[in-house]
Design a protein around this ligand. Structure first.
Ligand SMILES: [Zn+2]
Length: 97
């Protein structure tokens, strides 16, 4: 993977919530990298590709995930606008501000 693609949105909750692994340095509080498929370690000051994708490796049981406290709401990075994920329809829609 030589070419990095910039993320246009990211989930509101941090990667660990979705079962993504920590950085190799042991830091579990990693963030979404600005690049797709990468995470960001504040301690190492680097982007890295996680060993696996947590719950995203399988089909996501969205309603079950919701019961477990996961949210798939996201923020559009360019505008800072929040979009809510509707588990019933599987669609995103702009949050009422
Ligand atoms: Zn690290």
């Amino acid at each position: 993977m030589s070419e990095k693609t910039k993320r246009t949105w990211s989930y509101l909750q941090p990667p660990a919530v979705y079962g993504l692994p920590p950085c190799g340095c042991g830091n579990t509080e990693v963030q979404w990298s600005e690049y797709v498929g990468h995470l960001w370690c504040e301690k190492c000051q680097k982007d890295f590709v996680p060993a696996h994708s947590g719950i995203f490796d399988g089909p996501i049981p969205a309603q079950l995930a919701g019961l477990m406290g996961m949210r798939f709401d996201r923020v559009i990075l360019e505008t800072g606008k929040i979009e809510r994920f509707d588990v019933d329809t599987g669609q995103y829609k702009a949050a009422a501000s």
